[in-house]
Design a protein around this ligand. Structure first.
Ligand SMILES: Cc1cc2nc3c(=O)[nH]c(=O)nc-3n(C[C@H](O)[C@H](O)[C@H](O)COP(=O)(O)OP(=O)(O)OC[C@H]3O[C@@H](n4cnc5c(N)ncnc54)[C@H](O)[C@@H]3O)c2cc1C
Length: 410
């Protein structure tokens, strides 16, 4: 977040988060990138011991009851570690949102509390091989059978698939109703009928246990439905707030880290007898990067503030703008960082190449940036055409505005 906006409490949280991030062993990052570690459970356990998971959630469940503006401070810091650890850190906040807002007291006791305490780990399973953008086309099915549902289907690209204890899974529970009224959300424990396969290599974001999950006749107790049967649309829209805000805020931290490495390098590296930062071709890339990151911080902050209001459509638009802008900015900043460093930036002598590989994903996941555009334009038009008068009738300010016969639309 922008330093000038931080409260004293947020500064303290930032310092606390920085101390936590500093202690993450370098070897963990290297082992995850090399896939020698496939699921860093102890990272989550340590965060939980320091009460750093699910900061927004009530204290009685292990959170700190903080507002979104504070959580984005923490998320920027953890983003410095790259997308795998930032994503695993965010999952209790994402899955926890569904449980906190829509779950029963029993679900909060059984799943939320132990998740924030680091005793259980979670993942979310939305995407299917047939597509992620068309979420409501979900084909995974759950059929009611007595006091349980029988779940069949598969999900892919699930971060944490290889290590999480339970999954938030969306499945079709009504074959006839339109999709928005046909899906339900379930808390599904790893167990009989749940098979995870590691079926692909990843360009980056490694070591987070990303895999495919097959559900074959999995019996899920009826009390594990989150919210109403066939009511998952509401949960999905709500979860997209933490999903996309965490991508956005984490992206800023990751790009900040790359920029700092490159800017320091440019202050030491010489070419033609001068440090390279004295060339505008280099220092203006730094200026552009700093500006982009601050603009992204401003937008993420505005989106975080919007979550406190009661205008869900405006929040959806701002959160989508923040996700799109911050992830695109992060990609460009890390790309600049590599350019500033020349050939050595392309090697593993510096971490830029890993951050660049990680950063490519964030424009794709939690809704692609094209899907963000869909949401942004949809919400903008809805607001514009809602019947509210314009602040001023600027159209009438044209010299020949009264020539209505020239305003032809068909
Ligand atoms: C490493 C990794 C980790 C992931 N983690 C998770 C996870 O933990 N849980 C989970 O559920 N999912 C996860 N995902 C899935 C991710 O969210 C999806 O890949 C993403 O939503 C896109 O879905 P898709 O891959 O099926 O692409 P598609 O939906 O097939 O999209 C392909 C292309 O078409 C474009 N497109 C599609 N529809 C439209 C449209 N209407 N307008 C304009 N353009 C459109 C898209 O923007 C994209 O460019 C992860 C993915 C990866 C690679």
């Amino acid at each position: 977040m922008l330093d000038s906006l931080l409260t004293a409490e947020q500064r303290a949280l930032q310092a606390e988060m920085r101390a936590f991030v500093r202690e993450v062993p370098r070897q963990l990052l290297l082992d995850m990138d090399a896939e020698r570690i496939r699921y860093p459970r102890e990272f989550l356990e340590k965060a939980a011991r320091q009460r750093l998971l699910g900061l927004r959630f009530p204290e009685r469940f292990g959170g700190r009851g903080l507002p979104w503006q504070s959580e984005i401070v923490a998320l920027e810091e953890v983003g410095v570690l790259g997308t795998s650890l930032a994503c695993l850190y965010s999952l209790p906040s994402i899955v926890g949102e569904a449980i906190t807002v829509f779950g029963t007291e029993a679900q909060k006791e059984k799943y939320l509390r132990p998740t924030l305490a680091g005793k259980l780990t979670c993942a979310e399973a939305l995407t299917e091989p047939r597509g992620g953008s068309d979420f409501f086309g979900t084909t995974t099915q759950a059929r009611r059978d007595g006091d349980a549902y029988v779940l069949n289907g598969q999900k892919r690209f699930v971060v944490g698939a290889e290590g999480a204890d339970y999954f938030l899974v969306y499945a079709r529970t009504n074959a006839e109703a339109p999709s928005h009224k046909a899906l339900s959300a379930f808390l599904v424990e790893r167990g009989p009928g749940v098979e995870v396969q590691h079926v692909y290599g990843l360009m980056g974001t490694r070591g987070g246990g990303t895999g495919r999950i097959y559900f074959r006749d999995v019996r899920v107790p009826a009390e594990n439905v989150v919210g109403r049967e066939n009511g998952a649309a509401e949960i999905f829209y709500r979860m997209m707030v933490p999903e996309r805000l965490s991508s956005a805020a984490g992206a800023i931290g990751m790009a900040r880290a790359a920029l700092e490495v490159a800017a320091r390098y440019s202050n030491q590296r010489k070419a033609f007898g001068q440090v390279i930062r004295s060339f505008e071709g280099v220092s203006f890339q730094v200026a552009d990067s700093v500006t982009k990151l601050d603009a992204a911080r401003g937008l993420v902050y505005a989106a975080a503030r919007a979550t406190e209001g009661d205008d869900a459509n405006r929040t959806r638009r701002l959160v989508s703008e923040a996700k799109k802008f911050a992830t695109q900015a992060a990609w460009e900043v890390i790309n600049h960082a590599m350019q500033i460093m020349g050939g050595i930036g392309y090697t593993n002598v510096y971490p830029i190449e890993r951050l660049l590989r990680d950063a490519r994903l964030i424009m794709i996941w939690t809704g692609t940036n094209e899907v963000m555009d869909l949401v942004i334009q949809h919400e903008y038009y809805k607001e514009l055409l809602s019947g509210q008068p314009a602040a001023r009738d600027v159209e009438a300010d044209a010299a020949e505005a009264d020539k209505t016969e020239e305003k032809v639309f068909e």
